[in-house]
Design a protein around this ligand. Structure first.
Ligand SMILES: C[S@@+](CC[C@H](N)C(=O)[O-])C[C@H]1O[C@@H](n2cnc3c(N)ncnc32)[C@H](O)[C@@H]1O
Length: 460
């Protein structure tokens, strides 16, 4: 069987060739490169240097708890029905905020806030208000800031949604994943259609500025036809943004995924067909295709950022706030300053112990080399703008692109033969089929990752 795309025919061997274990490049170097050699005192130094740059702030708050386990989940979560565990966590989180904020120049204002998880709506409304007040106590938030929260639609009612809007959230994101009942059962995430339409209508009535829906393709029992139905229902839901994530199947890292039957997963070829259909359906409705896996209405800020070439990528995916520096709070969260990435402890007991000891809860990190920064710009250019002007890199880093990347350009010629890229004297541009395989193009410029079987999820 052959996979057709405008001007390109992909046979099974070509698909297999590109279905390799590859990072998702929400960062470069990828988070797997963070090491314990980077310590709490390195993070202190990084914050001090960051204060001199005076850039605005983006803040991420991680709420790790979930009431039940979704079998697809690749996130860092704590599953518990005992809601009492949230109380001590919030107390430690506020101590983390207080300590870190004391090191950040108070002149630096906040442009973006995101609460993720886990499930932020694991918290009661009182707890949400408590955390919100604490954030406001230690940071100055710009009146135009984007303030977003991830929600599991199963655990909200109308009052919760309206209250979030009143508290100050102006963006909301729902994990829908798939509408098909068989797929929902297979991933232990059953959410009736009526419920999804209800939460969407409440969010619209509450006047959130942007409503996002997450879908995942590549889940067990998905077929081209079944996912087409999911896409059609999603279009009916009418969100402003849609993220269509490629299922990262890594059961050797996430044991909960062992509940998923490997035989029930669609093949790489079916997944490419599903992705192609998804792009066709959504772009022939009103959505624009953003980066690798996002779709947005033309007036949504994500679409505007893509048009203005200001779209950036960070640990949460695509963002419009590229000029900010990201500080992460809570277990496992990552801070992304200009040339350092720092991750907090994953285990709650380690996170609590560090805070009790009066130190920052840094577990590991990385300081980027000059070479890392050059490669990061190239990789993020590919992932966000789908094109690279060699001159931009040459002017910023005072290098000759063709000399610096002579080996990479040789490798890219093979991808050009397969129709993924177009190479010219001044540009590298990504073709339509290349857009489905952006990770395979980006990995050519990755000097750190040895593509290892069973390290990352597969590219297709
Ligand atoms: C932190 S998660 C969960 C958000 C929210 N708590 C919920 O339950 O809907 C954010 C998103 O990551 C995506 N996700 C989680 N695990 C994934 C995986 N293994 N592969 C691809 N996407 C994944 C899902 O679409 C999910 O909505």
């Amino acid at each position: 069987m052959v996979f057709h795309f405008p001007g390109v025919k992909f046979d099974l061997n070509t698909i297999k060739k590109y279905d390799t274990s590859t990072p998702r490049y929400t960062s470069y170097p990828p988070a797997t490169q963070l090491s314990e050699a980077f310590t709490e005192s390195d993070f202190h130094a990084a914050i001090a240097t960051s204060n001199q740059r005076k850039s605005p702030l983006s803040l991420y708050f991680h709420i790790p708890f979930c009431q039940s386990a979704c079998y697809f989940c690749g996130c860092n979560v704590v599953i518990s029905n005992n809601k009492n565990i949230a109380k001590p966590y919030l107390d430690y989180l506020v101590r983390d905020i207080k300590k870190t904020a004391s090191l950040i120049d108070p002149e630096r204002k906040v442009n973006q806030i995101h609460w993720g998880g886990g499930t932020p709506n694991y918290l009661s409304l009182e707890q949400v208000e408590f955390l919100w007040k604490s954030i406001n106590q230690y940071f100055t938030i710009n009146s135009t800031a984007e303030i977003s929260i991830e929600i599991n639609p199963h655990y909200v009612d109308k009052n919760y949604i309206f209250s979030l809007r009143e508290i100050g959230f102006n963006r909301i994101s729902f994990g829908v994943q798939d509408f098909n009942p068989q797929v929902q059962v297979a991933v232990n995430r059953v959410q009736p259609e009526e419920m999804l339409f209800d939460v969407m209508s409440w969010s619209k009535k509450a006047k959130f500025e942007s409503v996002n829906v997450d879908l995942i393709y590549g889940l067990p029992y998905q077929t081209l036809q079944s996912f087409q139905q999911t896409i059609k229902k999603t279009i009916e839901l009418d969100p402003d943004r849609i993220a269509v994530f490629n299922f990262a199947y890594v059961p050797w890292i996430k044991p909960v995924q062992k509940n998923i039957l490997q035989d029930a997963l669609p093949s790489p070829q079916e997944k490419l067909e599903i992705l192609k259909m998804t792009i066709e359906e959504l772009t022939s409705s009103q959505y624009l295709f953003i980066g690798m896996d996002h779709f947005a209405k033309p007036d949504d800020e994500l679409a505007i950022a893509q048009r203005n070439s200001t779209l950036k990528r960070n640990f949460q995916g695509y963002t419009t706030q590229g000029q900010t520096e990201l500080f992460g709070f809570g277990s496992t969260s990552i801070s992304m300053l200009e040339d350092t990435y720092t991750q907090n402890y994953k285990e709650l007991r380690d996170y609590y112990r560090a805070i009790d000891a009066g130190v920052l809860p840094t577990s590991k990190g990385i300081k980027l080399s000059w070479d890392d920064m050059i490669r990061r710009d190239v990789i993020m250019g590919i992932m966000s703008h789908l094109a690279l002007h060699k001159q931009d890199i040459e002017q910023k880093y005072h290098i000759s692109f063709d000399e610096y990347f002579s080996l990479e350009l040789e490798q890219l010629k093979f991808l050009e033969k397969d129709g993924l890229v177009k190479l010219s004297t001044h540009h590298i541009s990504i073709t339509e089929i290349g857009r489905l395989l952006l990770r395979n193009i980006a990995v050519i410029f990755d000097a750190r990752t040895i593509t290892q079987e069973k390290k990352f999820s597969r590219a297709i």
